[in-house]
Design a protein around this ligand. Sequence first.
Ligand SMILES: C[S@@+](CC[C@H](N)C(=O)[O-])C[C@H]1O[C@@H](n2cnc3c(N)ncnc32)[C@H](O)[C@@H]1O
Length: 263
Amino acid sequence: MSMRDKVKDHYGLIAKLVSESKQPSGCCCGDSCCSVTGATRIYDLENLPSLPEQAVNASLGCANPLVFAKLQEGEVVLDLGSGGGIDVLMASQHVGPTGKVYGLDMTDEMLILANDNKERMGVHNVEFLKGYIENIPLPDASVDVVISNCVINLSENKEAVMSEIYRVLKPGGRLAIADIVATREVPAALQDMVALWVSCFAGALRIDEFERCLARVGFKDISIVPEFIYGKEVLGNPGGQLTGEEWEALDGAYAGALVKASK
Ligand SMILES: C[S@@+](CC[C@H](N)C(=O)[O-])C[C@H]1O[C@@H](n2cnc3c(N)ncnc32)[C@H](O)[C@@H]1O
């Protein structure tokens, strides 16, 4: 099974559990989950009650990209890997009825959950699309702002993702992404561990690699700021597979970061 299919299975299962209300609010699945902070620690508490409970419970992000996306009324926004739709639904309130927010995800169960959440919230300026972030199903220069929350690290072809973001952005458009980055080189054996990959760590780019990748496809004004440095206890020891030495090697090796750039 490819890594992409493993990622799909992982997030499909989470979506099902949330849809069936089998998970407690704020954190979906403990150590093996992408969410290393939980919705109540990422978002302003005052915004959460306006959202469907199932959207909040499905939150798997690592920070709030809307804080620095500075969305304006009437803008067209695209959320890559929109999951249960929490950032899409919040963004829909910022851009208003004259704006539009697309959520793109490859996992059927997540799309079902997101569409249910859209209906629960009764918003009309939102559309969820099925597809891959490496091959975005939108025309060139059609989007003002691309947001994403803890997704790009899951892709095995990050350069394709960056160039697709660049392609769909209008000239002068911007990206505002929350993602996990590596603060230093991580041993290759650890990067290959499926549990670390699907939980958003093993596939994380180093900050300098991320910057270079964005610059290569044409982005300017690039800024990557690590916000939360993760200790080894946050990563857990999936399946007890890591030796004590390997686990130590991961202490502080990853951070939740805010990534900005413009076209
Ligand atoms: C960690 S979750 C984040 C969900 C959401 N952004 C949030 O903050 O709650 C990752 C999401 O990205 C989707 N995803 C992962 N890789 C993808 C890809 N290559 N193309 C499209 N969607 C992808 C998964 O299906 C999942 O819904």
